[in-house]
Design a protein. Structure first.
Length: 389
């Protein structure tokens, strides 16, 4: 059995290690392949550690192969992030089961409700509801979340992890993929909880704790040294780059998730800009929630347009498989992936790679140089790291 996991690992923590142990020891996985966000995350924030550090942490704690979700989808809505993650794992040709953690651990309910969701989409019923909400100025992501609540079982759409779970299942059902699912009951505090709750705490609370104390809690012992020797990055580290981009851009409507109203609000409020997080708070309204604003600002900084997003989506999400690292146990799958995959396997960028993956990496490299005073290799000059585990 080859199990696939879609994750951000921002950062990799005890809950993630528990999930990998569940895949290995309870489900009997032979190999575990992770589809992971790269330099930026689905919440529209720069990742706290670079993608190679986060991939290495996962490999040190039991993952076998870590692949990068294309930036254009890793920074998008839950639906597109989930779809791209599953599409990437499916593209390997070797993953037979998707494992995710959720508050609801009823596998049959996820399958049943995802089939219902696909039927609602095919009939146009849920899309009509979403479009009606979007016409009121609500973002697509928020409109979809509200529509899901109107049509699906409450147990399924009661938390962000459940919603991601239903989106994984929806993509599998809608595309008739030969994949099974497994659900692990999520433990610890809530997804967005900023306070630690023992050894099983959310990534948000771990990041917040580090900002205040400069120490890591609720993360595996194996990765402490790795984290302590890696620059910790926050959203406000991109403030100057973002501010310059906003000042030198005439209109923002072309960028993904940004409508005319939000574009006008950004322009009107720009004189109040102090930092990334502060500007998100300034822009936030009843219709423009923080997460949407954060994603839009991220898309503006990276230059991700609505047009390019649609083109990438229509092409099937995945046009290459970008590898970030693998273990000895994962190496036995490489030849199988090369034979069975529906997209080329890359250990380094070439002409097929999406420009946004390069841009996001260059921005991250710029931030690291600013924080440390050291030069960092580009995506093209960086040597591929084999985590020899």
């Amino acid at each position: 059995m080859v199990i696939g996991i879609v994750a951000e690992y921002n950062p990799f923590h005890n809950g993630h290690k528990l999930q990998i142990e569940y895949a290995r020891n309870v489900l009997g996985a032979d190999q575990i392949i992770v589809a992971m966000s790269g330099s930026f995350t689905q919440r529209g924030e720069i990742a706290c550690f670079d993608k190679y550090t986060r991939a290495k942490a996962a490999l040190m704690c039991g993952a076998d192969i870590v692949l990068e979700i294309p930036t254009i989808f890793a920074t998008s809505s839950a639906r597109e992030y989930a779809s791209a993650g599953v599409a990437l794992l499916n593209a390997t040709g070797v993953v037979d089961t998707i494992l995710f953690s959720a508050e609801c651990d009823c596998k049959d309910l996820f399958i049943e409700e995802s089939k219902k969701l696909v039927d609602l989409e095919n009939s146009g019923e849920i899309n009509n509801e979403i479009n009606a909400l979007v016409s009121q100025g609500i973002s697509y992501a928020t409109a979809r979340a509200k529509a899901l609540k109107a049509f699906l079982a409450e147990d399924i759409i009661s938390s962000p992890n459940n919603i991601l779970g239903i989106e994984y299942c929806r993509y599998i059902q809608a595309n008739h993929l030969d994949m099974d699912i497994e659900v692990m009951k999520r433990q610890g505090n809530e997804y967005n909880d900023l306070s630690l709750s023992g050894q099983l705490s959310s990534a948000s609370s771990i990041r917040q704790h580090y900002k205040l104390s400069k120490s890591f809690e609720a993360v595996p012992e194996e990765v402490i040294n790795l984290y302590n020797n890696s620059p910790f990055v926050t959203s406000d580290d991109i403030s100057e780059l973002l501010h310059y981009k906003l000042l030198t851009t005439e209109s923002f409507e072309q960028y993904l998730d940004c409508n005319n109203d939000l574009s006008d609000r950004i322009k009107n409020k720009l004189p109040e800009f102090v930092s990334f997080s502060q500007f998100c708070e300034v822009l936030k309204t009843k219709n423009f929630e923080y997460s949407r604003i954060s994603r839009v600002l991220c898309h503006i900084l990276l230059g991700i347009t609505e047009k390019d997003f649609k083109t990438a989506k229509e092409a099937g999400y995945i046009s290459y498989i970008r590898m970030l690292g693998f273990s000895k146990n994962g190496s036995v799958l490489l030849s199988k992936i090369k034979e069975a995959s529906s997209a080329p396997l890359l250990t380094a960028p070439n002409e097929t790679i999406n420009k946004y993956d390069i841009i996001s990496s260059d921005i991250y490299r710029t931030i690291l140089t600013s924080k440390t005073g050291n030069a960092y290799p580009t995506e093209y000059t960086r040597k591929f790291d084999l985590v020899n585990i």
